[in-house]
Design a protein around this ligand. Structure first.
Ligand code: PFF
Length: 445
């Protein structure tokens, strides 16, 4: 049986953009930006995405496509001696843990989505949206079932394979996500008082600029592009030999930037129009936004659309997080895919249970001073992801041969040696340097 592959380059780009555009972009980014002073944060984030982020994305693409192997074998093929494949294993562990709590939020979204049919989310009986969120997350059964439902949706798609599963779902979900954002953005921008929100979002406030702004933005840029866990190595390993890597990477980055801007323009103007606080942290999506929709004509319809969008964004990222684990386990034997996907998916669900219970039964149990959910998030986002990103960048830059890198990077592309030299400079020195700075800051800062 043949190794699966993407049916088209656009399918690959949409799936990779689907992995990139997720809770990080539509949920975390707006609230971190809200806390970090708005416009300037976004601006720095976008610049970093287009420079350091894009170089590392290309490094993962080059490694994946040239070896046509998943997380473990890709490293082994390039460096058979030594323990380099541990980079892939770190990526698999990180993805496993990441999806275990990512899917908990996926479950909350699923619950809100289902509840949006009844309208009691935008207009809770006692008018208190934050209390409703607490009430929902503290009910282990409701969020537990929603968590499982979210994982099953993810498994059902991934078990169908690259072309028939992930690509097909992404081809429907990503354009739908874009159209819904467009609708929400237009609605938000045409509200009375929206302008102030646009100013908040786009006007750089230099007084808010600190070292933190820069470091948060860089961490966010890596997270947003799904870098450091070999997801992009895995996805590109299924890509046609002659598709241009630089233009694929640009498409992914530009789509991410576009959606990040659309998310900002959909959220902040609406918050300002209704006098809602922009700096409410994680609660932004689950309590502030429903409150905004509650005040809008046809608010339930818009809220339903918003939750559908969130669901698509979260699912397309979840596909990639299972796929990176499934690919090395089946090694091209597609007949094993179904069974492996179910096993991996259900194990991730089980691993997520304590994260889910962090808001109910385990709310008083602390690990390193944090609830379980936050402890796993910390381990993955602040340690495993930057570590993986650093190792991948160094591996590609120093373990792969220069002529091979050049060949793979430029094949099918109109770009020439200048581009190659700049990219090499980025992945050899600048990207690792930036990651080391963030890494130390995140752990010791
Ligand atoms: N890029 C995703 C987001 O922004 O939500 C998160 C993510 C997905 C990170 C897949 C890493 C990954 F491998």
């Amino acid at each position: 049986m043949q190794r699966d592959s993407w049916g088209s380059r656009i399918g690959f780009v949409l799936a990779a953009a689907g992995s990139a555009i997720g809770l990080g972009t539509v949920w975390r980014l707006p609230y971190v930006a809200g806390e970090q002073g708005g416009g300037l944060f976004f601006f720095i984030f976008i610049i970093l995405l287009m420079t350091v982020g894009t170089s590392l994305l290309l490094a993962e693409f080059v490694l994946g496509r040239s070896t046509k192997e998943g997380a473990i074998e890709a490293y082994r093929k390039i460096a058979p001696k030594g323990q380099w494949h541990l980079i892939g294993i770190i990526g698999m562990v990180a993805s496993f843990l990441l999806l275990s709590f990512y899917s908990v939020v996926g479950g909350w979204i699923t619950t809100y989505f289902v509840r949006s049919f009844t309208g009691n989310v935008t207009n809770p009986p006692d008018g208190d949206h934050a209390a409703l969120f607490e009430q929902i997350t503290s009910n282990p059964w409701e969020v537990g079932i929603a968590h499982l439902a979210f994982m099953i949706m993810t498994i059902l798609v991934v078990q169908m394979g690259i072309k028939k599963g992930i690509e097909k779902a992404s081809i429907y979900m990503m354009p739908a996500l874009f159209v819904i954002f467009l609708i929400l953005m237009v609605r938000s921008l045409t509200l009375d008082g929206a302008y102030e929100g646009v100013v908040y979002f786009l006007q750089p406030d230099f007084s808010a600029l600190t070292g933190d702004t820069f470091l948060f933005a860089l961490g966010q840029a890596f997270f947003s592009l799904s870098l450091g866990v070999s997801v992009m190595v895995t996805y590109s390993s299924y890509l046609d030999k002659n598709a241009s890597l630089p233009s694929s990477a640009w498409s992914v980055v530009l789509l991410s930037v576009l959606i990040a801007i659309m998310a900002g323009l959909a959220i902040f103007p609406a918050l300002y129009a209704f006098d809602m606080p922009p700096d409410q942290g994680p609660m932004l999506i689950f309590s502030v936004i429903p409150a905004v929709f509650g005040q809008l004509a046809f608010g339930e319809v818009f809220f339903f659309l918003f939750m559908l969008l969130m669901l698509f964004a979260t699912l397309t990222s979840a596909f990639s997080l299972i796929e990176i684990i499934v690919t090395p386990l089946i090694r091209g034997k597609e007949y094993l895919r179904k069974r492996m996907t179910w096993i991996v998916g259900l194990l991730i669900f089980a691993m997520g249970i304590p994260s889910n219970l962090s808001y109910s039964l385990l709310s008083d149990t602390y690990f390193f001073g944090m609830i379980f959910f936050d402890a796993v998030d910390y381990l993955v986002s602040n340690i495993l992801l930057p570590l993986g990103a650093l190792l991948i960048s160094l591996f590609v830059a120093y373990k792969m041969k220069k002529p091979d890198l050049r060949e793979e990077l430029l094949r099918g592309s109109k770009l020439g040696d200048r581009f190659f030299s700049i990219w090499l400079l980025m992945i050899r020195f600048i990207t690792p340097f930036c990651i080391i700075v963030v890494f130390f800051y995140l752990i010791f800062g």
